[in-house]
Design a protein around this ligand. Structure first.
Ligand code: SF4
Length: 299
């Protein structure tokens, strides 16, 4: 089964908050913030939706805007002039560092959550997909050319999106925690309890209940922490943060789970929602301690 990206932004529904010009956001925007995080120089969150605050003027700005356009989960970004969609499509998967990529192509069913790809040789266990991007043919072809997917790691039940299609296409082995319905979803490797699980030499699963009961994060090479909806960077507060209003299971448990992360070193926080952050392990630890203090204050 192939799904293709559909850019359906409607000029008639152009939001009045957009500045005049070529690129625009229409009224179908669900405020996932993918565009404002991916291209903050072009898009901004003006309240409960996003809009264009600066029209692209350079090739680099146009490329970023097109990357946002193809990544938008609802096809809410459009242009009045023609652009080659491959300007955006071919940028993904987008290299972050080493062998870790951002997939782009977010899915509406996971509210535009971000997903990531780790490329590894077969001798090291093969490629790993963290959470599910949209099953878009253009992205699938590129992932296929990069070696496909051997493992699919799911942080929690909100961000599973097109996991079944990835399983069918790549015959990948999915992993998820039992308390988020892994068995019901037919996941091949089910994690139980709260003990960390080493799934490969370089890959650790750390259960972090809070946002949901079965939420987990993944630590790769003691460097990259894939945090789902547990932990993210807040540019406004200039600190690591968690989302109190969507702690569906328990804020107290999420705070306790956050304290567990003090046992680990990491340099990258790669969330499903919220901003990415990269700093030295020492600075990240300082940020994490500050985040935990803040979480305890508002408990
Ligand atoms: S990526 Fe799309 S849905 Fe998400 S905030 Fe931007 S325009 Fe809205």
């Amino acid at each position: 089964m192939w799904l293709t990206i559909v850019v359906v932004a409607n000029l008639q529904q152009r939001l009045p908050e957009n500045v005049p010009g070529d690129f625009f956001v229409d009224s179908t925007c669900i405020d996932c913030d993918t565009c404002s995080q991916l291209a903050p120089g072009i898009f901004r969150d003006h309240g409960d939706q996003c809009s264009v605050h600066h029209q692209p003027e350079t090739a680099a700005e146009t490329e970023r805007a097109m990357m946002a356009l193809v990544s938008c989960p609802t096809g809410s970004i459009g242009t009045s002039q023609h652009h080659d969609a491959h300007i955006g499509i071919d940028a993904f998967p987008l290299l972050l560092q080493d062998n870790v990529y951002f997939c782009g192509f977010t899915a509406e069913s996971s509210f535009g959550a971000w997903s990531y790809l780790i490329t590894r040789p077969a001798s090291e266990g093969g490629n790993v997909l963290i959470d599910s991007p949209r099953f878009a043919s253009q992205l699938i072809r590129r992932i296929e050319a990069m070696g496909g997917v051997s493992r699919m790691l799911l942080t929690h039940k909100d961000d599973v999106a097109d996991h079944e299609l990835f399983r069918e296409r790549f015959n990948c082995r999915r992993l998820m925690h039992a308390d988020d319905g892994a068995t019901r979803l037919g996941v091949e490797q089910v994690i139980h309890d709260e003990e960390p699980v080493q799934v490969d030499d370089d890959l650790l699963v750390i259960p972090t209940p809070g946002h949901t009961r079965g939420h987990v994060v993944f630590l790769y090479r003691r460097k990259f922490l894939f945090t789902g909806d547990h932990l993210a960077w807040s540019p406004a507060k200039q600190m690591l943060t968690a989302f109190r209003s969507v702690a569906w299971y328990s804020w107290a448990e999420q705070t306790r789970s956050m304290e567990k992360l003090l046992n680990y070193e990491f340099e990258w926080v790669l969330p499903g929602h919220g901003d990415i952050q990269h700093a030295s392990a020492r600075i990240m630890r300082d940020h994490l301690e500050r985040c935990i203090s803040w979480m305890k204050m508002i408990n």
